[in-house]
Structures are given as C-alpha cells and as structure tokens.
Design a protein around this ligand. Sequence first.
Ligand SMILES: O=C(O)CCC(=O)CC(=O)O
Length: 261
Amino acid sequence: MTTEIDPVDVHAVVDGPAGAPVVVLAGSLGSTLEMWRPQVGPLLAAGLRVVRYDHRGHGGSPVPPGPYSIAGLGGDLLRLLDRIGAERASVAGVSLGGMVGMWAAALHPERINRLALLCTSALLGPPEGWTDRAATVRAEGTGAVAGPVVGRWFTPAYAEREPEAVARMRDTVAATPPEGYAGCCEAIADMDLRPELPGIGAPTLVLAGGDDPATPAEHARAIAGLIPGARLHVLDGGAHLASWECADQVNPLLVEHLTRR
Ligand SMILES: O=C(O)CCC(=O)CC(=O)O
C-alpha cells in the first residue's frame, strides 16, 4: 500500500543559536508548525535550538500523492536533520508527530537524543476509520472533517472560553490539502509501532491529556509500558491538543525532560 519512497524537503522554521542542542517539534494531523507557538519561547529560554516543521501534505510543505507511511514521514524528518546540519536531535511530537518520533527513535537511534511523546499512540485503530476519513476528505475537502476533529482538540470549557482560537485551528485543519491530510490518515491506518518500542533507547517522556478523546491516557500508558525507562505523566485536563490548552503544565515538563543531562 505504501507508495512514497523519496523524502521531501518539508517547510521548517529554525530558531535559536547554532550549536545549541536541537529539538524538533513534530505536529498533529491537520496542523501546521503554528501549533507550537506556546512552546517556542520556553524552549528557546532553556537554551535549545528549536525546529518546527510541517509534515508533508501540510502547511507549507510539498504535497506528494498519497498514501503516505510513518516511515516516509520519518524519512522527511531525517532529511530535515540533514538539511539543518544536525547529526542528532531530540524530538517532541504530538499525535502524528509522536508516531514519527517513535519511528525515528526506534529505527534511527543514532539520530535521536531524547523523545517527548504527547497525546499519541503506537496503534490507533480501527484502520477503516482512517481510510474512511481519507476517502471523505478526498471527495469533500478537509473542511468536511475540520469541525469534529477540532472538537476533539480542546475541552468544552476551553472552546467556550477561547472561541476565536478554536475557530483559527478549525480554519487551519480545513486549509490542509486534502491529498496531504488523506495520505497521513493512510499512514496512521497502516501503523503498528508496538513491536518497535522496546528497542527505543532514547530517554522518553510520555504525556497524555487527561480528557483526550482521540488518544486517551491508556494509549500513553501502553507506550510508556513498552519503552524501557519511559516516564509517564497524565495532565490535569486537556484534550488532544493539550500542548496548546495546557501549555502551562506541558512546558515545564518538556523543558525539564529535554534539558536533562
Ligand atoms: O492528531 C493526529 O495527529 C492524529 C489523530 C487524530 O487525528 C485524532 C482525531 O481523530 O481527532
């Protein structure tokens, strides 16, 4: 089913001093690198070089025809590391970004320092849910799924409090190229990273949103149970985009983990 082989040059923004330890931030399905805005300042203040990027098929990145695979998306990440001259980097990933991070840490341990996995899963079934979603966006556009998707990103209380922020996120999802969104759905449909996780040697922090309906805390527990030495933290509240809604909880945990010696 996987057709793509060649890595693409993804759109990325690099902040922070050359020579500082690099952290790459990998986002969720339907997002752009803008989703990391709450994390950039704290990570820069901690002395890191912060690299944010758009997955293939998202934001400013090229949109090759799908289906994609987690390995293909991981190849894009490794090519990005090559482009910025980073032999090694830490990776923090939300959801799809976490899946790519797990793949890279398991298959290319020589490139990955530390891993932070947020609101993600090693196996997110059923596959038909993803192939149906891919078919919907190819037929009707990504706007057809943006409302329900963003409904899972934030708690009802946050949506009530910050309707404009939520509307902007919905617009971002709706603006994702249908082929790019669908290709990534097919990558998730095809994914089972569980056999790879015991081979991960990078120190790993696993964070779950306390109220995440898309990747509930049991997915984080399963990941933490399979990666040797992984630390698990379930946030007080927060839905699927807990890195945004619960940035005040997430940022200190990320900084502590990514700057640990
Ligand atoms: O968020 C991701 O990167 C993939 C999981 C997802 O799309 C969650 C949802 O169905 O809302």
